[in-house]
Design a protein around this ligand. Structure first.
Ligand SMILES: Nc1ncnc2c1ncn2[C@@H]1O[C@H](COP(=O)(O)OP(=O)(O)OP(=O)(O)O)[C@@H](O)[C@H]1O
Ligand SMILES: [Mg+2]
Length: 262
């Protein structure tokens, strides 16, 4: 059992990050963010503000230049156990079947048990991909590929799920569909999720808190609590409360000069 308090599941303290030499400009400056167990936190900010960099620092995929990043109460040094990631590009391997793609990360760690294989199949079925186990990624739509990526990330039942704009490349209807799916998974599993997006409505719809970043250097300008009822379904987006959160975030970005015309 992990001996941690509810509040230090992910703890980012005064994080600075620059790529390259010490005289390079900071990409992220003074980031402070605690994510509690079971919380859904979205990170919203303009292109190039350092969202992916922040996620990679939390995942232990990038060195940090200052401050601390802790997961499960311990300093991050390389990708920790118990962490799953979904990337913007689905990272499926074209020469492997969907089932073997879902099993890929498990396979890297050793032999795949028949139990794990059964679990992968069940997971695919649950995500509407039953019958597609033996297809190749190029035979699936973009939405189906991202569903398979989520299956892969969830296969080992990680405590933390980091998602970097997983639906950025999808059409609006598929995206809505997957938003509902993610809200449902979260409701069922209560994973701790950090979700990066460019979409204000996606962030409000999914999150307990929305972290707003500005750029040059990337820094947190506001953390907004989203006090909307759960479970959440699409009609929530038509409510005045939902509209108030969205318009508040739009105003913040307008003040920051991210939107010129809002
Ligand atoms: N490996 C790298 N080496 C050098 N600079 C990098 C590297 N990765 C990112 N950067 C720079 O760091 C800054 C932040 O990049 P990052 O990818 O974190 O932004 P982002 O907010 O995720 O952007 P987007 O919304 O477009 O995905 C950018 O200026 C980028 O050029
Ligand atoms: Mg990015």
């Amino acid at each position: 059992m992990l001996d941690i308090t509810k509040d230090d599941y992910i703890r980012v303290t005064n994080l600075d990050k620059r790529y390259g030499h010490a005289d390079e400009a900071l990409v992220l400056e003074g980031i402070n963010l605690d994510v509690r167990k079971g919380e859904f936190v979205s990170i919203l900010g303009p292109s190039g503000c350092g969202k992916s960099t922040l996620l990679k620092c939390i995942a232990g995929l990038e060195d940090i230049s200052g401050g601390h990043v802790d997961t499960f109460g311990r300093p991050v040094a390389g990708p920790p156990e118990g962490l799953g990631m979904v990337f913007q590009r689905d990272m499926l391997l074209d020469w492997r079947t969907i089932l073997d793609n879902v099993l890929f990360t498990v396979e890297l760690k050793g032999k795949v048990s028949s139990e794990m294989r059964a679990r992968a199949k069940a997971q695919l079925a649950r995500f509407g991909l039953g019958g597609y186990e033996d297809k190749r990624p190029w035979e699936l739509s973009g939405g189906m590929r991202q569903r398979a990526s989520i299956c892969r990330a969830l296969l080992t039942d990680p405590d933390i799920l980091l998602m970097d704009e997983p639906f950025g490349a999808l059409d609006a209807m598929t995206r809505d569909d997957l938003n509902v799916e993610v809200a449902r998974i979260w409701q069922e599993t209560k994973k701790t999720v950090i979700f990066i997006t460019h979409s204000i409505s996606e962030a409000v719809f999914l999150s307990d808190r929305v972290v707003i970043l500005d750029r040059h250097p990337g820094r947190i300008v506001e953390i907004l609590d989203i006090d909307l009822p759960r479970p959440r379904e699409l009609p929530l987006r038509e409510t005045p409360e939902f509209g108030r959160y969205s318009s508040h975030i739009r105003q913040v970005f307008t003040k920051l000069g991210v939107f010129k015309d809002a």
